[in-house]
Design a protein around this ligand. Structure first.
Ligand code: NAP
Ligand code: ZN
Ligand code: ZN
Length: 352
């Protein structure tokens, strides 16, 4: 295979599980026929970035460049690109390619394709090594994995929709959450605050479960009808058997049994949080009311575009704190302390 032509961009990478992220230079392929070359404006900071940089999921190749909530402007397009032109505002989420032919790809569920290429942490079939994410000045992505961004929304505040947004929107839509449903969102972080906004926008009665009493006023402002402090057994017991659907966005392992007990008959507890350690759940709460525990992974390309267009119509974005690239290590420490309101977004101009 001939070596493809490449160009250099500045980036931030981790060189081992224990080292902080630091400035580096990485290669990107020159755009091929159907590729879009993107100058990155903003990149959101997902808890998955931290899990990955620190090899908590045991598949990280170093150097590791995280970042999969990418917003940028099209800098150039290959001759075969049909959907985008130079100057367009675009986004890239957690995936940059897939096989295109399997039943999952044909159904627009590329996230479940066994040939799915993640934005970081997969094998780069063009340049070799691992794919490198969005903590960088630029990226090159095949046009089918590039999303259109509504121009009426703030580009920085849109970035987290590319992962936190679609990861919460997709299960709410799949399980048909809407008016007349009582919905719980567990954890008010990046994913959780988008879950609250979407569940509210879809017409549900929304209850936010948090370990942080100080987030109560924010949760109500973001759209929750009620807030439950999850460490308070009496507050939890008051909601026993009453939920249609609960979405767990927590990044750490926890016992699911108290949440299973809050579901109605046939209710669903859906996991999107991805801790490295297994979660526990007692059998009886599931047996007695035929309750389910399920999981959900980001969302496919068509649904991600649907979510972005929905946000454009409804004026929904993420609540963000913009940081410089050199503040990333401090941001990770604050994220671990649940001290983020409610998503860090890196201003990539700070990398120049
Ligand atoms: P985040 O911003 O750090 O939010 C996580 C929230 O969980 C915290 O704000 C906190 O909320 C709660 N929490 C943290 N530690 C806790 C503990 N020990 N016990 C109880 N609650 C705790 O993280 P994120 O970016 O939203 O990501 C959340 C998880 O989803 C991560 O594991 C990430 O890798 C995963 N993820 C999965 C997908 C997918 O496709 N399934 C996609 C993206 C991310 P309170 O302060 O309100 O309690
Ligand atoms: Zn993510
Ligand atoms: Zn496929």
């Amino acid at each position: 295979m001939p070596t493809p032509r490449a160009y250099s961009v500045k980036a931030y990478s981790a060189s081992s599980a224990k080292s902080p992220l630091a400035a580096t230079t990485i290669s990107r392929r020159e755009p091929g026929a159907t590729d879009v070359k993107i100058d990155i404006l903003y990149c959101g900071v997902c808890h998955s970035d931290l899990h990955f940089a620190r090899n908590e999921w045991n598949f990280t190749q170093y150097p590791a460049v995280p970042g999969h909530e990418i917003i940028g402007r099209v800098a150039a397009v290959g001759p075969g690109v049909k959907k985008f032109k130079t100057g367009d505002l675009v986004g890239v989420g957690c995936m940059v390619d897939s096989c295109r032919t399997c039943p999952d790809c044909q159904s627009g569920l590329e996230q479940f394709c066994s040939g799915m290429v993640m934005t970081y942490g997969s094998t780069d079939k063009h340049l070799g090594g691992g794919t490198l994410g969005g903590y960088a000045q630029g990226i090159v992505v095949t046009e089918d994995f590039v999303l259109r961004i509504p121009e009426n929304l703030s580009p920085a505040a849109v970035a987290p929709l590319l992962c936190a947004g679609i990861t919460t929107y997709s299960p709410l839509r799949h399980w048909k959450v809407g008016a007349g449903h009582k919905v719980g969102i567990v954890g008010l972080g990046g994913l959780g605050h988008m879950g609250v906004k979407f569940a509210r926008a879809l017409g549900a009665h929304v209850v936010l479960f948090t370990t942080s009493p100080g987030k109560t006023a924010d949760a109500l402002r973001l759209g929750a009808h009620e807030v439950v402090i999850s460490k308070d057994d009496a507050q939890m017991a008051a909601h026993a058997g009453s939920f249609d659907f609960i979405l767990n966005t927590v990044s750490a392992a926890l016992d699911l049994s108290p949440y299973a007990n809050l579901l109605k008959r046939d209710g669903n507890l859906v996991l999107v949080g991805a801790p490295e350690k297994p979660l526990s759940v007692a059998a009886f709460p599931l047996l007695f009311r035929r309750r389910s525990v399920s999981g959900s992974l980001i969302g496919g390309l068509p649904e991600t575009q649907e979510m972005l267009d929905f946000c454009g119509r409804q004026g929904i974005t993420s609540d963000i704190e913009v940081i410089r690239m050199d503040q990333i290590n401090e941001a990770y420490e604050r994220m671990l302390k649940s001290d983020v309101k409610y998503r860090f977004v890196i201003d990539m101009a700070s990398l120049k």
